[in-house]
Design a binder for this molecule. Structure first.
Ligand SMILES: Nc1nc2c(ncn2[C@@H]2O[C@H](COP(=O)(O)OP(=O)(O)OP(=O)(O)O)[C@@H](O)[C@H]2O)c(=O)[nH]1
Ligand SMILES: [Mg+2]
Length: 346
């Protein structure tokens, strides 16, 4: 999964990037795009690795891009180049400045910055939709596509993001080439001073985010970046001093998985223990398709061991002997923590 950190100049994107990745790229204004890969921590995978002692353990991964803001321009910070870099991401993470930055004149105003960002994305999408509709007057438009674009235009004109349109109302099959910004999942990180790190998201912002199908969290990037670089054994005490229970990365992952409605299933064996993120509600056949298209095409059935049940019995054999190994068909809805063994034939 690719998550792009975006936001206005000096909002703390690079500092947030360091917090989440544990890297140490130089902060300061501008600079270039940074990439950092993070393994999604999962204790269940650690435990399964201990049991199966596989050659490889593969955690789910997030690739973060730190997309630099534009300096010198007016208030808005999204250059043409930044917009291109944003379109390449699966998820947008908007970093909002809520700390006083001595290098900037303006006092922090995260609500105004959120609104400005959302407006900028709406206008960029509306521009694209209108250009397509203009062109459609000349060439012979596909009627279904025209309906979709009219619907998108009406939605954007009501200041609603495209992501508020359900799959039933908008057929996205033919739209993937466009890279609409307001169709991307949006997550917001409010970057605060250290003394406010543990205060919840303000209610007004929480409401605004819910209304635009987005999610938010709070962190204090400069101090949490320091904590992220420490020995894991020392981190808990420093987090507790800030009034926090979990690292910024752990909180970020909960928020992102919640926003995207992701769960994890596992595959196990002597070669590999692996976590696979899928949308909640995915069926066994779709889950098989995450692993390989052959498994989806040739799907016969899936053996399912829920993690907790597996841990209770301790081994697949014990589960079989107790008659607890579930045999499920293609329509079985995969649950978080299911260990799957897909039987297939191609
Ligand atoms: N007090 C405080 N300062 C912060 C925090 N986060 C970032 N800063 C400081 O704000 C300045 C800008 O931070 P960056 O992370 O470079 O901001 P950026 O968004 O990457 O900036 P550009 O890439 O130039 O758009 C740096 O001096 C940081 O040390 C924070 O949570 N609290
Ligand atoms: Mg930066």
């Amino acid at each position: 999964m690719k998550i792009g950190l975006v936001g206005f100049a000096g909002s703390g994107k690079t500092t947030v990037f360091n917090t989440l990745t544990g890297l140490n790229v130089p902060v300061g204004f501008g600079g270039e795009l940074h990439l950092g890969t993070v393994k999604v921590p999962d204790r269940r995978i650690d435990t399964l690795t201990g049991i199966f002692k596989p050659k490889k353990t593969i955690y789910a991964e997030i690739v973060f891009s730190d997309i630099p803001g534009e300096h010198g321009a007016e208030k808005t910070g999204l250059s043409h180049k930044a917009l291109q870099q944003i379109r390449d991401q699966d998820v947008l993470c908007l970093v909002l400045r809520a700390f006083p930055n001595p290098a900037l004149d303006a006092a922090p105003n995260p609500d105004a910055d959120l609104e400005a960002f959302q407006t900028e994305c709406l206008l960029a999408d509306l521009g694209m939709v209108e250009r397509r509709l203009d062109r459609a007057k000349k060439d012979k438009p596909d009627p279904a596509e025209l309906v979709a674009f009219e619907l998108m235009k009406a939605t954007l004109e009501q200041e609603l993001p495209l992501r508020s349109l359900t799959a039933q109302t908008l057929d996205r099959g033919r739209l993937s080439g466009y890279g609409f910004l307001t169709d991307r999942p949006l997550m917001v990180v409010v970057n605060r001073s250290e003394d406010e790190a543990a205060l919840p998201l303000p209610e007004a912002m929480a409401k605004r985010l819910a209304a635009t199908h987005s999610a938010g969290m709070v962190l204090s990037a400069s101090v949490e970046a320091e904590i992220a670089k420490m020995d894991p054994a020392d981190q808990a005490a420093f987090l507790e001093d800030l009034g926090l229970k979990e690292s910024a990365l752990a909180r970020f992952i909960h928020t992102a998985y919640g926003l995207l409605d992701l769960i994890s299933f596992f595959t196990v064996g002597p070669d590999e223990v692996r976590a696979w993120p899928v949308r909640r509600g995915s069926n066994a056949r779709q889950a098989a398709g995450r692993i390989h298209t052959d498994l989806e095409r040739g799907f016969i059935r899936s053996e399912v061991m829920p993690y907790e049940v597996f841990m209770k019995y301790g081994s697949e054999q014990a589960l079989r002997d107790a008659g607890k190994l579930q045999i499920e068909g293609k329509d079985y809805v995969v649950a978080d923590g299911d260990i799957l063994n897909i039987r297939f034939n191609v």
